[in-house]
Design a protein around this ligand. Structure first.
Ligand SMILES: C[S@@+](CC[C@H](N)C(=O)[O-])C[C@H]1O[C@@H](n2cnc3c(N)ncnc32)[C@H](O)[C@@H]1O
Length: 411
């Protein structure tokens, strides 16, 4: 059932539609109610921490991207700590949240092109878009390039995502924090080049340019790579390792915090290691030196292919990557592991996968999570484990999101 990755990462793209369908389905089933509860709790807490900080961004209040610019960074960290205590205090020992640089950290920004605007969704409204000139949380070079790209794309027919008519859906900017390499993806509704002179006029500082096609009704900012106009990938460096990032592959959005977290994960890993939801293999490869062997499991074919490419790039020999669904992998798994690393999407693990993981019975589980409430649910399914340590990292300043890391040891 599982395909072992072939070195040529591009050949795996035929499965992208399957991947897109599956991830949409999983997201739909798991997120709704929990997200609302979490949002209400954070909004209520935020009222106590709002301290009249002057927001640096002209779009603050109207744009839905940042919610906390009117709260000092010190208070944002205190707010997140209190939120974690409320959500997880009875099961984890919650301490201070590790800070990030408060602005200019994001390595990815998806600019919507709709209703004659180029920008981000209006706060509280999916149906409206706010024109954005620059974004305070996006990295500086991305902002400089966006200011040049913005007037170019405003002459291209955009896509009305309510009526499902038109052409250009998103302009996605991605940047490696430690390399400065920059990628621009044009996500369009049909396999046609209607970008006019935009491509020719793009600044030299853009290292990779691709046209991605996503034809369905779902509002997604990825798609099949229809044309690679420049480059095709960008690089990022975390510690001594270098990673290639392709247009559709996941990469942590704040590299400085990812590096801190990966160093902690590496200190927790021992023996034969399984990295579930391995993306482009960044955790697997980062911890490989501390493990006997690492197996990464990822359902995005492009991610798996990039992981294999990244493995070769860094000359790592004790890691391998499996293309497949975590649930299916755990159902069929006959290997034994000492450590399992988990970094699931926001919805957390499939409940059946958590039960199978418990049955696999590794001595330790290192759980990296971007959603405390799904982490909590998964934790209750892993009743044979106790929380040895728990840490929180501010991967997403100015927003309610928070990343956590827990080491679980089998009782
Ligand atoms: C939060 S990201 C973690 C990525 C990875 N740790 C990294 O740093 O690159 C979650 C990843 O899980 C993958 N994913 C989501 N659901 C999955 C499933 N059921 N089986 C396997 N992979 C899945 C996504 O494609 C995504 O790459």
């Amino acid at each position: 059932m599982f395909e072992y990755c072939r070195p040529a990462w591009a050949v795996e793209m035929r499965n992208i539609h399957q991947f897109m369908e599956l991830s949409r389905e999983v997201k739909y089933i798991f997120t709704g109610k929990r997200m609302k509860k979490r949002k209400r709790l954070i909004q209520a807490l935020a009222e106590n921490y709002r301290d009249g900080e002057a927001p640096p961004c002209a779009h603050f209040g109207e744009c839905g991207g940042c919610l906390f610019q009117d709260i000092s960074y010190k208070n944002q960290l205190a707010l997140k700590e209190e939120y974690l205590r409320t959500e997880l205090g009875d099961v984890c020992d919650v301490g201070p949240v590790r800070p990030s640089m408060p602005y200019g950290y994001r390595g990815r920004m998806d600019m919507v092109t709709a209703f004659g605007k180029v920008g981000l969704r209006k706060r509280g409204s999916y149906r409206r878009v706010v024109d954005i000139e620059s974004c305070a949380i996006m990295q500086e070079k991305s902002n400089t390039m966006f200011r040049e790209i913005r007037p170019l794309v405003s002459s291209v027919e955009d896509y009305d995502y309510l009526r499902h008519e038109g052409y250009l859906r998103y302009v996605v900017l991605r940047q490696g924090m430690y390399t400065g390499e920059l990628m621009v993806n044009f996500v369009v509704a049909m396999p046609e080049d209607r970008l006019g002179g935009v491509i020719e006029a793009l600044p030299d500082g853009v290292d990779s340019v691709s046209i991605l096609v996503t034809g369905g009704r779902a509002d997604v900012s990825f798609g099949e790579v229809w044309k690679t106009v420049r480059g095709g990938t960008i690089g990022e460096r975390l510690g001594d390792l270098r990673f290639s990032i392709a247009p559709n592959s996941f990469f942590q959005s704040n590299s400085s915090i990812a590096l801190l977290m990966y160093e902690r994960i590496r200190s927790m890993v021992k023996g034969r290691t399984l990295d579930l939801y391995s993306g482009v293999g960044s955790i697997s490869l980062f911890v490989a030196g501390a493990a006997d062997s690492v197996t990464g499991v990822e359902m995005n074919p492009e991610g798996v292919a990039m992981a294999e490419h990244n493995r070769e790039l860094n000359g790592i020999e004790n890691a391998r990557f499996v293309h497949g669904d975590v649930l299916g992998y755990l159902r069929e798994c006959e290997d034994r592991y000492d450590t399992v690393v988990l970094d699931p999407p926001r919805a957390g693990m499939h409940p059946a996968a958590a039960a199978l993981l418990s049955r696999l019975a590794p001595e330790r589980i290192v759980y990296m999570s971007c959603n405390p409430s799904s982490f909590r649910e998964d934790l209750s399914a892993l009743a044979d484990y106790r929380v040895e340590s728990f840490e929180a990292f501010d991967m997403f300043p100015q927003t309610p999101h928070i990343e956590t890391l827990a080491l679980l040891i089998r009782r």
